[in-house]
Design a protein around this ligand. Structure first.
Ligand SMILES: C[S@@+](CC[C@H](N)C(=O)[O-])C[C@H]1O[C@@H](n2cnc3c(N)ncnc32)[C@H](O)[C@@H]1O
Length: 217
């Protein structure tokens, strides 16, 4: 995904994600039915940079959370406030139910292209693991991706961090980021391949290595 191999009708569409998260055949480790699935990387791989750059007291926004373990693992590690959003009402209901006892986690169904629910500068850190990539597969790409990034820029407090974990080529992603004209400082990390515990071999095959950006306003 994000590397030009995606079907535009799939990853950018809410209906695709609702079906995926509803389906028993992609349940458990594959994504739906109350299971979990972490795209690209797990918290343990991201932890060194997160802990170095993002204090545990930060207001964090998780874009396109899906049923990833990332937010849950961050809370276990001390993070105090993570707002999780996703366009799929199915996964948001599943995650609300799963984490009903974890006060540090909140969930809401929201489109990353319109996050007007939140005021300007609401977040210290915005994390995106695979969601810009999904947007780039949408029918309205790259316009939808631009709208999303403009919203990210609006929601970040001055000095905040947008952490983008992406499969996209650095040159392509930098072109998108530069379109927003926010004078972001960009740091790029190339991460080693993560062997996903997934039964879906085609997904495993699509992740040779991952560019990783930390963007600081
Ligand atoms: C590749 S998955 C990544 C899920 C999770 N972040 C992870 O790392 O495992 C992309 C997620 O973005 C969500 N998504 C796609 N388009 C979206 C949009 N316009 N607004 C909010 N979420 C969206 C999908 O429902 C899906 O959960």
């Amino acid at each position: 995904m994000g590397g030009g191999n995606c079907n535009p009708k799939d990853f950018g569409a809410a209906a695709y994600w609702d079906a995926r998260y509803s389906s028993p055949s992609t349940g458990g480790k594959g994504g739906g039915g109350g299971g979990f699935f972490d795209w690209y990387q797990s918290y343990s791989a991201l932890r060194p940079l997160l802990r170095a750059c993002v204090p545990t007291s930060s207001q964090v926004l998780m874009l396109g959370c899906g049923n990833s373990l990332l937010s849950e693992d961050m809370v276990k590690d001390g993070y105090q406030n993570i707002v999780n959003i996703d366009i799929s009402s199915v996964v948001i209901e599943q995650m609300k139910e799963k984490h009903t006892d974890i006060a540090q986690l909140t969930y809401m169904q929201l489109d990353v292209r319109d996050m007007s629910f939140f005021g300007d500068g609401s977040f210290d850190c915005i994390i995106d693991k695979g969601t810009l990539d999904a947007m780039m597969c949408g029918d309205d790409a790259p316009h939808g991706a631009y709208k999303m990034l403009a919203e990210v820029a609006r929601l970040m407090r001055p000095g905040g961090i947008y952490m983008l974990i992406t499969y996209g080529a650095p040159k392509e992603r930098l072109t998108l980021l530069n379109q927003v004209r926010c004078h972001w400082e960009v740091e790029l990390y190339i991460m080693r391949k993560f062997e996903m515990p997934s039964p879906h071999s085609e997904e495993r095959a699509q992740v040779p290595f991952l560019p990783y950006y930390s963007i600081i306003t």
